[in-house]
Design a protein. Structure first.
Length: 632
């Protein structure tokens, strides 16, 4: 940049001499930065001006602060007064004389034509700029994001936004910020807008979106996305199904139904949040297989190079890398969903009362996996993959007929776990008559015993029987990944049952030791053991152990862990500022828990509170005792 003479006109366009304008600054700032700052200042002033001149907007109460802020700006840009004049027009008229810089003035004047709608990212450019398309009008614009927004990887991966865009120098910007939407969120908002359009006399869908924008967002927040409907729609998507078909065909994991099921859930979660891009679905299938083999979460021990997987699917290694980066974005949501599966496994048909602890987990798909495994074991050696596929196809079509009392007993256990408490106990007793050493039956029976000694006897029998069935050598060889072996699951369930009984009998230290053993045996923690163990650590004020466990599962963003983080750092005497930061993070994840913990004697039993929040408050009341004041 050529040096500007002190007496020359300032290049910023103010009309002043350089020495009396930008030359006064100790550091020469670019015109772009000056305009950017002035626009932010005016945007903030517009917010204050609107609240001062339209008191009604201040009195409105919204469930989310973000909606209230959006309403202030929507009022400024679109709501005319009794004379038909909008607040943005009055604001410009009032401040026009102080808008010396031409670029600043022209941008603010253009705010009289702010565009509101739902936007799709077309592509990202350089320097925080992206091209977006208004899904309603088809208009395309170049928008600039803030440093913080552009640095947010989740935002950069988003396909959709809702908001208002206005002129910002040479580009546009979301005023005041974009609302990031998943694909399911976007469809839900469009459905709400369409419903409002059908209820009005307006022939223009665009007019309805503009005038009822705040109503649309409010209704969206109050009516969460119907995930089941979104899932059904995905099932009709040919590209979604093609990826699953290719994965099943080429992954070589058909014999691992638990892995296939988890992979399908992962792909489902991705597609609910992001658009499927491109035409070659083999790239997604290949990336999905690599991710599954590379991550210990899925329990697949046979790893494979990207090159080998790329050859299988007929795609390039580079393309796998790109799609793998996309798939990685869904990890936090997937972890949350997997935990929810554990949380909800009893309310969706497997267990219908509170007698059994959540850690005695019987996954919904385990029965079918057991039946296939028993058939394969009875078949003998399998020569190749094609023979395996043929057998699996045959097994799917024909029902399984148990041949031994052990098999009959195990099927009765699976059937029992689908029944209500009274029916379940009857089936469990039938199973024990057929096979007194069925581990699962003994584990469940223990929780129906009123006598403590008898309950412990059943639990210990369950552990001993499970060990004998799989063998000590096998348990040692597969230590760390036992849940991946169907035959070892009764052993893990038996240990979980014993740990829960110990806690019921007031033997917390013994319970802790058993839970630690389970985590050592199954490091992926499919049973959710970590949630019980960290709670006991906190109750026993073993904060160092709790922190070590939390570090092991650092990626777990479940709200319960965020509240546990608060207790850990209180116990370790962290700074008040750090603890308050953790509290805000926890409350943002689930504000209900904080309210329930502050009022532990009046935990509600109605449908207005989430079951998960109530459950956490009830189970962690002892750990939080004496610390509730931190949440005020």
């Amino acid at each position: 940049m050529a040096k500007v003479n002190r007496n020359e006109a300032c290049p910023c366009g103010s009309g002043k001499k350089y020495k009396k304008c930008c030359g006064k600054q100790s550091v020469v700032t670019s015109i772009h930065e000056l305009v950017n700052q002035e626009l932010w200042d005016n945007l903030n002033e517009l917010c204050v001006y609107t609240m001062e001149n339209d008191p009604a907007v201040k009195r409105k109460a919204y469930a989310e602060k973000v909606i209230q802020i959006m309403d202030v700006y929507h009022t400024a840009f679109y709501k005319p007064d009794s004379n038909g004049v909008r607040l943005i027009e009055r604001f410009i008229e009032k401040n026009h004389a102080s808008m010396k810089r031409k670029q600043t003035r022209e941008s603010i004047e253009a705010w009289m034509d702010v565009e509101v709608g739902f936007f799709e990212i077309v592509c990202w450019g350089q320097d925080k700029v992206a091209e977006i398309k208004n899904s309603i009008t088809g208009n395309r614009s170049m928008v600039v994001f803030t440093e913080e927004e552009a640095a947010d990887e989740r935002l950069r991966k988003a396909d959709f936004f809702a908001g208002m865009i206005g002129k910002w120098g040479s580009c546009y910007r979301f005023l005041p910020f974009p609302l990031q939407l998943s694909k399911a969120d976007y469809k839900k908002m469009m459905e709400i807008a369409q419903s409002l359009h059908e209820q009005t006399d307006s022939s223009s869908f665009e007019e309805v979106v503009v005038s009822r924008y705040i109503d649309i967002i409010t209704q969206f927040v109050e009516e969460p996305v119907d995930t089941m409907a979104a899932m059904k729609e995905l099932e009709r998507d040919a590209r979604y199904q093609e990826v699953l078909a290719l994965f099943r065909m080429h992954s070589g994991l058909a014999h691992r139904r638990d892995v296939i099921a988890k992979a399908e859930r992962y792909w489902l979660m991705y597609c609910l949040n992001y658009n499927i891009k491109g035409k070659k679905m083999g790239i997604y299938a290949a990336a999905l297989e690599y991710l599954i083999r590379d991550s210990p979460l899925f329990g697949v021990r046979e790893q494979c190079t990207q090159k080998k997987i790329a050859d299988k699917y007929g795609v390039s290694v580079t393309s796998i890398g790109k799609r793998l980066a996309d798939l990685d974005e869904i990890w936090p949501a997937f972890f949350a969903m997997e935990q929810q599966i554990v949380d909800d496994s009893f309310s969706e048909g497997m267990v219908t009362d509170d007698i059994l602890p959540s850690t005695v987990l019987f996954p919904l798909a385990e029965r079918s996996t057991y039946e296939v495994t028993e058939r394969l074991n009875s078949h003998g050696d399998i020569e190749d993959e094609q023979q395996l596929r043929d057998l699996l196809d045959k097994y799917v079509e024909a029902s399984f007929e148990p041949e031994t009392k052990q098999q009959q007993a195990q099927l009765l256990v699976y059937e029992a776990m689908e029944q209500a408490s009274d029916v379940r106990l009857n089936l469990i007793e039938q199973a024990l008559q057929l096979d007194p050493y069925n581990s699962d039956a003994n584990t469940v029976k223990a929780f129906y015993e009123e006598d403590d000694e008898q309950a412990l006897k059943y639990s210990q029998t369950a552990i001993r029987a499970a060990k004998e069935r799989v063998g000590e050598v096998f348990l040692q060889e597969e230590m760390g990944s036992l849940w991946g072996h169907l035959s070892a699951r009764p052993y893990l369930r038996a240990l979980a049952g014993l740990a829960d009984l110990y806690e019921m009998f007031g033997m917390e230290e013994q319970s802790i030791h058993v839970l630690e053993d389970i985590l050592e045996a199954n490091t992926n923690d499919n049973q959710g053991i970590r949630y019980e163990l960290i709670r006991l650590y906190l109750e026993c004020e073993q904060y160092d152990q709790a922190k070590a466990l939390r570090n092991t599962f650092a990626e777990d963003a479940h709200f319960s862990m965020l509240y546990n983080d608060v207790l850990i750092h209180i116990g370790l005497h962290a700074s008040r500022a750090h603890i308050e930061k953790l509290i805000q993070k926890a409350i943002s994840a689930n504000p209900e828990v904080a309210v329930l913990l502050e009022h532990p004697t009046s935990i509600p039993r109605d449908d207005n509170w989430s079951a998960a929040a109530i459950q956490y408050a009830e189970k962690h009341s002892l750990a939080w005792y004496g610390h509730e004041h931190w949440l005020q």
